[in-house]
Design a protein around this ligand. Structure first.
Ligand SMILES: Cc1cc2nc3c(=O)[nH]c(=O)nc-3n(C[C@H](O)[C@H](O)[C@H](O)COP(=O)(O)OP(=O)(O)OC[C@H]3O[C@@H](n4cnc5c(N)ncnc54)[C@H](O)[C@@H]3O)c2cc1C
Length: 559
């Protein structure tokens, strides 16, 4: 982690550096996230006093090109829904840039090599890109920055993907990130820009100059990238990419002032899919089609004009602060995305059961509530927060006892809003590996969804094989008598799987294992070794064998 970086430059009141540029200068605006025109300080600075601005997006083939060996359509790194969302966002950005007299220059290849080539070819004096905390970008940015400083190119890399500068919060907190939401809020205080005017529109941009030998293309289609688009609308996520769509959705959400004022999470119906219970702005925040600061100010504006409103952590504004909280902890925690070597993560001897993992991933657990959520993930790339809670808990500490990193990988691939800091942070949370430690509180895969949706409409929609199952059995179809299964045209074990575990005994076993693992972590005081985990795994297995032996003996003696 770097605590001092180029984005701590002296800033003018408009948030832009005070260095005066030569009017003949060439700027390269490197878009990665931050796919927007509004509140984009890097773009604004690129445009300032420049003769030519080159707006660039580099397609990294590893991220974008098809990988036929992956478990779902998409590239090696991302599912198709997210790739489509990104292409739609780029098309929208290109359109907006054209309206400003410019265009998006799309190039393909290893991003640092391409950008360095462009810097040389176009005689660039200043390079502007949004600061990013993700390890992928940190590594990339290090390469680019060392080249640029070697040849004297100015770099402007402002923080605009989050409300706060994670590095500053860590510094204020004495060099480590605050590890609870409350302490984060205390350290963070009010964002410095909260009541100042954010720049929300540019009226024109200097055009790109000569393109030299660089190979530029238009924004590609999925077909251009080598994908076959499914004709069936049903297969496609209803979430469309782009800044225009983000701003449309934002105004729709904030138009309902009472809804914003009374927003209270985790209240809200996770089974609502025709009109979701939350904003569904996460994919737009992930790619920066929407500025979190602009979103924040819009919520503030609503709150100013109502008598009463909810407060963080449950309010809508509080949700944005959760986002910043995870960004800060992720930035300041080495190996945040791993169990090993992660100082804030409990060391737990999870199972690596590929069959159970595949059943969960492919919506074949036999628990309709869990499987319907996993289908929504596959089809939409988005689910309600509590739905994510249920499936993450089920895979890890609730029922299947599979490593949280495996579930994280599936989410990382399939979510349209897949976000490195937030996804890892929430998997750490849900698996009781960090932040939250009440492992006795397990979501029931049967009764939790029933509270919100007793008729099982959500299940019927995402698992049509169960659409005719009577509501008495929709959450536990294996309990339906055969005559009812026949009438519903769904035989359990044939048309829809039997449950992969018995929830009662699996959750009891999970609690027992978690209790032992917590005890080990306490005893070893943060220094649990691979050997300690192996020993504990063996002990748990032996205990289990012993327990079933004595059960059998007891039954025999009763018999
Ligand atoms: C296991 C698990 C994995 C998750 N992975 C991701 C992920 O990869 N990307 C992602 O954006 N969210 C993730 N979340 C957090 C949360 O579920 C989503 O942000 C939220 O459901 C998105 O819907 P929304 O935009 O309607 O949220 P709203 O409730 O409308 O909230 C507005 C914004 O606040 C932020 N936010 C809301 N909840 C959280 C949270 N718990 N943590 C951090 N930020 C939050 C999001 O940016 C969201 O768009 C995950 C949650 C769980 C339990």
């Amino acid at each position: 982690m770097k605590l001092s970086s180029h984005h701590f430059r002296s800033l003018s009141s408009s948030g832009l550096p005070m260095a005066k540029m030569d009017p003949g200068s060439n700027s390269l605006m490197w878009f990665r996230k931050g796919l927007r025109i509004h509140d984009n300080p890097a773009l604004e600075y690129a445009a300032k006093d420049s003769k030519h601005v080159y707006p660039v997006f580099v397609i990294d083939p590893r991220y974008m090109e098809p990988d036929p060996t992956a478990f779902s359509p998409g590239s090696a790194r991302a599912g198709l829904n997210r790739i489509r969302f990104l292409l739609e966002s780029l098309t929208d950005l290109d359109k907006s840039l054209k309206n400003l007299g410019s265009r998006l220059l799309v190039l393909k290849g290893e991003p640092s090599e391409i950008v360095i080539h462009c810097l040389k070819e176009w005689n660039i004096n200043k390079l502007c890109f949004e600061f990013d905390t993700e390890p992928y970008y940190q590594a990339l940015d290090d390469k680019i920055k060392s080249y640029a400083s070697l040849v004297g190119i100015e770099i402007f890399s402002p923080v605009s993907h989050t409300l706060f500068n994670p590095a500053e919060i860590i510094q204020k907190n004495g060099g480590t990130p605050p590890l609870s939401y409350q302490s984060f809020i205390k350290v963070a205080g009010q964002p410095s820009w909260s009541s100042s005017c954010l720049s929300t529109s540019l009226s024109c941009l200097p055009p790109p100059g000569n393109l030299g030998s660089c190979t530029i293309s238009e924004v590609p289609s999925l077909n251009d990238l080598g994908y076959e688009e499914s004709e069936e609308q049903d297969e496609r996520t209803p979430i469309r990419g782009g800044e225009s769509e983000a701003l449309r959705r934002l105004s729709e959400s904030i138009a309902d002032k009472d809804w914003v004022a009374n927003f209270e999470k985790p209240k809200g119906d996770p089974s609502a899919f025709l009109k979701p219970a939350t904003t569904v702005l996460s994919p737009y925040l992930k790619f920066g089609c929407l500025s979190p600061r602009y979103f924040y100010q819009c919520i503030q504006e609503v709150q100013k004009n109502v008598k009463r409103h909810t407060s963080p952590p449950v309010s809508l504004l509080g949700q944005l602060l959760w986002r910043d909280f995870f960004y800060t902890v992720a930035f300041g925690t080495p190996n945040f995305d791993k169990m090993r070597g992660n100082r804030i993560c409990k060391q737990i001897p999870w199972d690596s059961n590929d069959e159970l993992l595949a059943a969960w991933r492919d919506a074949r657990t036999g628990f309709p509530w869990i499987d319907a959520i996993m289908v929504q993930l596959r089809k939409w790339g988005w689910m309600h927060h509590l739905a994510r809670h249920c499936v993450a808990c089920f895979l890890t500490r609730g029922d299947l006892y599979v490593h949280w990193e495996k579930g994280r990988d599936v989410f990382e691939r399939l979510l349209v809003d897949s976000d490195w800091a937030i996804n890892n942070g929430n998997w750490l949370w849900l698996s009781c590996s960090s932040f939250f430690y009440q492992y006795n509180r397990i979501y029931s895969p049967i009764s939790f969804g029933k509270k919100y949706d007793p008729n099982g409409n959500y299940i019927r929609h995402f698992l049509p094989v169960l659409k005719d199952m009577p509501k008495e059995y929709i959450y536990e179809p294996w309990c339906a008598p055969l005559s009812i299964q026949t009438k519903a045209k769904c035989i359990i074990g044939k048309d829809y799987p039997k449950p992969v575990v018995s929830h009662d005994s699996a959750s009891k076993e999970c609690r027992r294992r978690l209790a032992e693992a917590y005890e080990l972590n306490k005893k070893q005081n943060g220094t649990v070794s691979e050997e300690d985990l192996k020993k504990l795994r063996r002990k748990l297995e032996e205990d289990k064998i012993q327990e079933s032996k004595s059960k059998r003996l007891k039954q025999k003696s009763i018999g």
